[in-house]
Write a protein that binds this ligand. Structure first.
Ligand SMILES: [Zn+2]
Length: 303
């Protein structure tokens, strides 16, 4: 079964219970209140209990809202960059703190097999392959998947084609979702499936925008990461923790981190703050625990 087939298979799994007019929160079932409305057509609801903001109703088809890649495989720099070299040399000495320093660094896990869900242009996959991981990607769009294959050299499966592949019964040591969860119509179903796909002792790593960040509160409707209608869910730390627990992940570590783009630009693509000020605010927000992104590392218990 494909993650995306699961995710796209129904009308979003959102209950219209409650008073019949207002949807209830898909995470904690609290009756939600209308929130911002974008461009006269995209309505957000907000859960007063867990703080989740979410788009309702969701568009019937999402593909038309996603751009096609404008670059080709040869446009990407080789992974043997200065930073990459530093990681490879220094990380073994940093031990268990490595993920805290470099959140996108896959932690050691057995099997040494990594699945990147929503792998985009394949750059993360390529780094994983270069570090010796047996890496696999999955992507919604065939054109993006082909680009990711060319960039990474790793197998990349397209939504709808996954069930013909030989890995759905495979267990992975690490599964990653970098800025993907907020795009999925049914994040709980997808996470539950990924939980089953993870080897005992394996890690789920993900990053999403933080709807309870300083930048989200300051920017209001202009916030870069509202990005309607592509971003369907806007998670707070509370909402994200609850969702992961419902999907069967109980050993989770979460932090917020600074996010420069969310201070630099708004969702219309206009400049917001100058680079120096944006950098300072991103640092301060991160220190205060109110950074623009949430990074989560969950470990599946050994059964
Ligand atoms: Zn809620």
């Amino acid at each position: 079964m494909s993650y995306y087939l699961d995710a796209l298979g129904s009308a979003g799994g959102v209950s219209l219970s409650g008073d019949g007019a207002r949807p209830s929160c898909p995470i904690c079932a609290t009756i939600s209140v209308p929130d911002m409305r974008f461009d006269g057509r995209w309505q957000l609801y907000r859960c007063p209990a867990c703080g989740l903001r979410w788009l309702w109703p969701q568009p019937q088809t999402l593909a038309e809202f996603y751009p096609l890649p404008v670059h080709e495989a040869g446009d990407f720099p080789a992974p043997a960059s200065y930073r990459f070299y530093l990681k490879r040399r220094l990380v073994p000495f940093v031990g268990r703190w490595r993920w805290r320093l470099w959140p996108h660094w896959p932690p050691p896990a057995t099997p040494h097999r990594l699945l990147d869900v929503g792998c985009g242009d394949g750059r993360y996959l390529r780094s994983a392959v270069a570090l010796g991981w047996e890496a696999v990607g999955v992507e919604r769009d065939a054109i993006w998947a082909e680009l990711a294959r060319q960039v990474s050299g790793a197998p990349v499966y397209v939504a709808g084609g996954v069930e013909e592949s030989d890995w759905p019964g495979t267990l992975f040591g690490v599964i990653t979702l970098w800025h993907v969860l907020e795009h999925l119509p049914e994040p709980l179903a997808t996470l539950a499936q990924l939980q089953r796909q993870l080897a005992p002792g394996g890690y789920l790593l993900l990053e999403v925008p933080n709807a309870d960040s300083w930048q989200a509160h300051r920017a209001g409707e202009r916030w870069l990461h509202y990005d309607p209608p592509r971003h369907l869910w806007h998670f707070t730390p509370t909402a994200l923790r609850r969702l992961l627990a419902q999907a069967g992940f109980h050993d989770c570590w979460l932090r917020s981190a600074g996010n420069l783009p969310g201070w630099r630009r708004d969702r219309h693509g206009r400049n917001w703050l100058p680079a120096g000020l944006a950098w300072l605010l991103a640092r301060l927000a991160s220190i205060a625990g109110r950074g623009g992104v949430l990074q989560l590392r969950c470990r599946k218990g050994k059964q």
